[in-house]
Design a protein around this ligand. Structure first.
Ligand code: ARG
Ligand code: ZN
Length: 861
C-alpha cells in the first residue's frame, strides 16, 4: 500500500469552510464537523479519510444519511451520490486520554493538545486530510473552566462565554489552510505576554503558554521570537499576518515543534531555558526552533505543499532560513560547522542506508518516516546551493517571485525552482537532479601544478552511488567554492582567463579547470563553506593541510583541514593495527593555537574535537567497530598527553563567574568544555582532578557542569560516578535536566553500557510514555556505535525490547529507534548475523506498525 509521487491527482472536492465543535472529555470527546463542500468533477462519490474513529452521526444538508448512502472501511468514509454543493456534518467520538501515539488529539499531563502533521487530523474527524485542500476553519471548544482555563485554537478569538462550570470559546482563522495546520490546546498554564510591532505598524500580541511555575524560563524564547519576527522582515521582507501569535509548550511531544497557524505547539525542551538548567546549546536550539516555526508562517503555511512528497519544499527552505537566522544572530562559522557535522554524520549515513531517499521522495508508505535529515538538512543544503549560485540578491529575487506567485496555494518543489529560474533568467534543469536522486555524490580530485610555467590544473570527476531503486545517475550540478594558499599558509588568488578562481560549477562527469599563478607553491582548498553536500576525495599531504589550516579564509576549510589530519591518523592506526600517531608539526600547530590568546575560542574548541566514531565509520563499507572505538579514545588521550600544559593554561582563563548567554561567554565555555573533554583522559593527575571538580561544582552554569560531567563519563575518569550521583541528587526533580543525565550515560563508549541503560529504564527519571525520556536514554544509545553493536548482543536485545514495547504504544518513536539498526550490512560478523536476526524477529511482531514495517522490509529486501 505505498503511495507514489507520480500518481498525484488533484482533489475532486473543495471544502470552503470547516466548522468544528469540540466537547472535550478524557475518553469520549465529541467532535462535530460541518463542512461546506463543493464537488469539482463528475464523480459523485466523496471519499473522506478517517482513522480509529467512532462515527456518531452523519448528515447532508441537515438530513441524516441512511445506511445505504454511505460506506465505512477501516480508513475511509465514502458518501454516494452527493450534489454539487452541500453541507456535510460528521460527528465522531474519540478517546484522547488513551491516545499514546501523540498524533491527532491527545491528553497528557492534564493538557489536551493536537499534532496533525502529517496525517493526524483524520484521527479527529473524517476529512480530506491532504495538504492541497485548503479551508477556512472556525473552531468552538467546550470544557470545564476549572481544569482548562485556556481553550486555544488557530486564528483570532471571536467569542467566549460561560454556562455554569463550562467555558465555551470560539476561534476563527481567516487564512484558508490544510488540516495538518489545525491545532487545539486546552489546559492550565502560566502566560507570558508581549507584543511586536510589524514593519507596517501592526501590533501583534505574542503569548507564550508554559506549565505553571515555569514563567522565568520563558523569557528567552519570547525574546527569540521577537528577534525572529524582526529578522524575517529585514532579510526576507516577510511580515506576520494575524493579530495574535501563540506558542504553547507541552511536555509530551514526538518532535521538536509544530507550526500550526497562529498556534505553535512546542516540545517544552525547545521553549524553557535558563542558565541554571539549560546549556548554551539548549539556548541556541530554542532560538533555532522558535525561528524555524515562525518562519514556516510564510514558507509552509501561506505557501504550502501540494502533497507530502513535496515536504522539502517547506522544510528544506525553512531549515535554510532558520540556519541563516542563527548565523546572523551569532557565530556564523560555528553554526555552519555544526550543520556540516550533522550532514556528514547523520545525513550521509542515511544516504548510504536502505532507507536512502531523494529530498523529494518518490515512494512513501508511512509519511511519518520521511521527516528525515535528508528532507530537512540535505533539503536545506540544496536551497543553500541555489543561494550560492544566485547570490543573496538573486536568491531574494527568486523568493519574492515564489511568494507572490504562490501565496495561498499548495505547490511543488518544481514551482520553487521555476520561480528561482524565472526571477534570475537562468536555467536550472540540471540542478533539478538534486530533488530527484538519492545518495551522496562523490567527487574525486586530481591536482597538478608546475612552478616553472606557473600553470596548474584541477581535474574533477563526479559519481553518485546507486541507492535502492536508483542506479546509473546522471552528473549533478555541483557548486564548489574554493580558495588557494601558498607554502607559508597565506591566502593567494589564482586566475583562469583573467578571472579569479573562486567557484567551480561542476556539471560534467569529468571536468578540468586550468589556472595560472606566479607563486612557487599553490595549494588548493576545496569546498569552502561546504558549498555542496558531497564527499570530496582529495588526498593532500599533511603540510598542505596545515597550510590550509593556518591560512584559509573560510572557517569551514580550516576546521576541515584539521579533521582530515585526524581522520588520516585514525585510519592509519586501524590499517596498521597500531597506536595512533600525530606528527610533531601538527601538535605544534595545535599548541600554538591554544597558546595564542587571539585564537577564537569557539573555533579552537572545534579544532580540539576529533571526529566521532560515527564520523570515522563513514570511511568504511564494513565498519571496524572495536578498532574505531579504540583509536578515537587513543587519539583523545594522545592529545591530552601532548598538550597537557597548554590546555591547562588555556583552561585557567575561564571566567567562572560569567553566566550570561552572549557570544563571547558562550565561545569561552565551548572551549573550556572541549579542553575538559581531553584533560579527563588523565585519570591520575591531581591538578586536573581539582580543575574538573571546580568546573563541575562551582561553575553555576549548566553548560560547564554538564561539560565536566560528560568529560568524566566519556573518558571513564574515576570522578565520573561521584559526579553522576551528585548531579542526580541536585536535579532529580527536573525532568529536562535529568534527560541530560540519562543521555550522558547511554552515550558512554565503555562496556556494560547496555546493562546500565536497562537499569536506568527503571529509574524514576525515566518514563516509557514520554518521548523526550526515550530519546535521551534510548535513541542516544542507538548512536553509541560501540555499545549498540556489542558482541554479546546486549545492545540489540535492549533496543529490540524497546521497539517491541513501543510498536503499538507510539510507532513514531519506535521508528526513530529502529533507523540506526538498518545498516546491518555494514556491521562486521558476528554482530551482522545477530542484528539481521533481530530485524527479522521485529518483522514478525503482532500488529506491526506501518512505520516499522516500511523500514524493516526496506532493510531486509
Ligand atoms: N513541521 C514540523 C517542523 O518541522 C514537524 C512535524 C513533524 N511531524 C511528524 N509527523 N513527524 O517544525
Ligand atoms: Zn519545519
Amino acid at each position: 500500500e505505498p503511495k507514489y509521487r507520480l500518481d498525484y491527482q488533484a482533489p475532486a472536492f473543495r471544502i470552503h469552510t470547516t466548522n468544528l465543535t469540540f466537547e472535550l472529555d478524557d475518553h469520549a470527546t465529541r467532535v462535530t464537523n460541518s463542512m461546506e463542500l463543493e464537488r469539482l468533477g463528475d464523480d459523485d462519490t466523496l471519499t473522506l479519510d478517517g482513522d480509529d474513529l467512532e462515527l456518531a452521526a452523519l448528515s447532508l444538508d441537515g438530513v441524516a444519511l441512511d445506511a445505504k448512502a454511505y460506506q465505512r472501511t477501516k480508513d475511509k468514509l465514502k458518501i454516494f451520490r452527493v450534489p454539487k454543493r452541500f453541507l456535510l456534518t460528521v460527528v465522531t467520538i474519540i478517546d484522547p486520554a488513551r491516545n499514546s501515539s501523540l498524533e491527532g488529539l491527545y491528553k497528557s499531563a492534564g493538557t489536551f493538545c493536537t499534532q496533525c502533521e502529517a496525517e493526524g487530523f483524520r484521527r479527529i474527524t473524517y476529512y480530506l486530510d491532504r495538504p492541497d485542500v485548503l479551508s477556512v476553519f472556525t473552531t468552538t471548544i467546550h470544557a470545564p473552566k476549572a481544569s482548562y482555563p485556556f481553550l486555544l485554537s488557530n486564528g483570532n478569538c471571536i467569542e467566549k462565554f460561560e454556562t455554569g462550570s463550562i467555558q465555551t470559546v470560539t476561534w476563527h482563522d481567516p487564512f484558508p489552510k490544510p488540516a495538518y495546520l489545525f491545532a487545539l490546546v486546552a489546559g492550565d498554564f502560566d502566560l507570558l505576554e508581549d507584543s511586536f510591532t510589524t514593519q507596517s505598524g501592526r501590533v501583534v500580541t505574542l503569548q507564550l503558554f508554559v506549565d505553571r511555575g515555569n514563567l522565568p524560563r520563558a523569557d528567552f524564547a519570547m525574546a527569540a521570537l521577537k528577534r525572529a519576527m524582526a529578522w524575517d522582515e529585514q532579510r526576507f521582507n516577510l511580515e506576520y499576518d494575524l493579530d495574535i501569535y501563540m506558542v504553547v509548550a507541552v511536555d509530551f511531544f514526538n518532535m521538536g515543534a509544530m507550526e500550526n497557524k497562529g498556534l505553535n505547539i512546542f516540545n517544552s525542551k525547545y521553549v524553557l531555558a535558563d542558565s541554571e538548567t539549560a546549556t548554551d546549546q539548549d539556548f541556541i536550539n530554542v532560538e533555532a526552533v522558535i525561528g524555524h516555526e515562525y518562519f514556516h508562517n510564510w514558507t509552509g503555511n501561506r505557501v504550502t505543499c501540494q502533497d507530502w512528497f513535496q515536504l522539502s519544499l517547506k522544510e528544506g527552505l525553512t531549515v535554510f532560513r532558520d540556519q541563516e537566522f542563527s548565523a546572523d544572530m551569532g557565530m556564523r562559522a560555528v553554526k555552519r560547522i555544526q550543520d556540516v557535522r550533522i550532514m556528514r554524520t547523520h545525513q550521509f549515513e542515511e544516504d548510504a542506508s536502505p532507507m536512502a531517499h531523494p529530498i523529494r521522495p518518490d515512494k512513501v508508505l508511512e509519511m511519518n518516516n520521511f521527516y528525515t535529515v535528508t528532507v530537512y538538512n540535505k533539503g536545506a543544503e540544496v536551497i543553500r546551493m541555489l543561494h550560492t549560485l544566485l547570490g543573496e540578491t538573486g536568491f531574494q529575487k527568486g523568493m519574492k517571485t515564489y511568494i507572490h506567485r504562490h501565496d495561498g496555494q499548495a505547490v511543488t518543489c518544481e514551482d520553487f525552482v521555476r520561480a528561482m529560474e524565472d526571477a534570475n533568467d537562468v536555467n536550472l534543469s540540471q540542478f533539478r537532479h538534486w530533488y530527484a536522486y538519492a545518495g551522496t555524490p562523490e567527487v574525486d580530485v586530481d591536482y597538478q601544478f608546475d612552478s616553472t610555467t606557473g600553470s596548474g590544473s584541477l581535474t574533477l570527476q563526479q559519481h553518485t552511488p546507486d541507492t535502492p531503486g536508483q542506479s546509473n545517475k546522471p552528473p549533478m550540478h555541483i557548486p564548489i567554492r574554493l580558495e588557494f594558499v601558498n607554502a607559508h599558509g597565506e591566502r593567494i588568488q589564482v586566475v583562469s582567463e583573467h578571472a579569479p578562481v573562486e567557484l567551480i560549477e561542476l556539471t560534467e562527469r569529468r571536468q578540468v579547470v586550468h589556472f595560472s599563478s606566479p607563486e612557487e607553491k599553490v595549494i588548493p582548498a576545496l569546498l569552502a563553506d561546504f558549498s555542496a553536500p558531497i564527499r570530496l576525495r582529495f588526498e593532500q599531504p599533511e603540510d598542505d593541510l596545515i597550510a590550509i589550516l593556518n591560512g584559509a579564509h573560510d572557517a569551514f576549510l580550516r576546521w576541515d583541514a584539521s579533521q582530515r589530519i585526524y581522520l588520516n591518523a585514525l585510519r592509519n592506526a586501524i590499517r596498521q593495527d597500531d597506536s595512533v600517531e600525530l606528527s610533531e608539526r601538527f601538535i605544534d600547530v595545535l599548541e600554538t593555537a591554544i597558546r595564542n590568546q587571539n585564537t577564537d575560542p569557539a573555533l579552537l574548541s572545534l579544532l580540539l574535537q576529533p571526529p566521532s566514531e560515527e564520523t570515522l565509520a563513514q570511511e568504511y563499507k564494513v565498519i571496524p567497530i572495536a578498532a574505531a572505538t579504540r583509536v578515537v579514545a587513543e587519539l583523545k588521550s594522545l592529545l591530552a598527553l601532548s598538550l597537557r600544559d597548554a590546555l591547562l593554561a588555556r583552561y585557567a582563563a575561564t571566567d567562572w563567574q560569567q553566566r550570561s548567554f552572549n557570544g563571547n561567554a558562550v565561545a569561552i565555555r565551548m572551549c573550556t568544555n572541549a579542553i575538559a573533554q581531553l584533560l579527563a583522559y588523565h585519570h591520575e593527575d591531581e591538578v586536573i582532578l581539582r580543575e574538573l571538580d571546580k568546573q563541575f561544582s562551582q561553575s553555576n552554569t549548566m553548560t560547564l557542569a554538564m561539560g565536566a560531567l560528560a568529560a568524566a563519563v566519556h573518558a571513564e575518569h574515576p570522578a565520573a560516578e561521584r559526579y553522576l550521583a551528585h548531579f542526580a541528587d541536585q536535579w532529580g526533580h527536573e525532568k529536562l535536566v535529568m534527560d541530560k543525565w540519562l543521555a550522558v550515560q547511554s552515550s558512554a563508549p565503555g562496556s556494560g553500557t547496555a546493562q546500565k541503560v536497562e537499569l536506568l529504564t527503571h529509574h524514576p527519571a525515566f518514563d516509557w510514555g514520554n518521548p523526550n525520556r526515550i530519546y535521551a536514554l534510548l535513541a542516544t544509545f542507538t548512536h553509541n556505535l560501540n555499545q549498540l553493536h556489542a558482541e554479546d548482543g546486549s545492545g540489540y536485545a535492549l533496543i529490540e525490547q524497546a521497539i517491541s514495547r513501543l510498536n503499538q504504544q507510539n510507532p513514531q518513536v519506535a521508528s526513530r529507534l529502529l533507523s540506526p539498526l538498518l545498516k546491518w550490512r555494514s556491521i562486521p560478523e558476528p554482530q551482522q548475523t545477530q542484528l539481521k536476526r533481530t530485524l527479522e524477529r521485529l518483522q514478525t511482531l503482532d500488529n506491526l506498525a506501518p512505520d516499522l514495517h516500511e523500514k524493516l522490509s526496506q532493510a531486509l529486501a
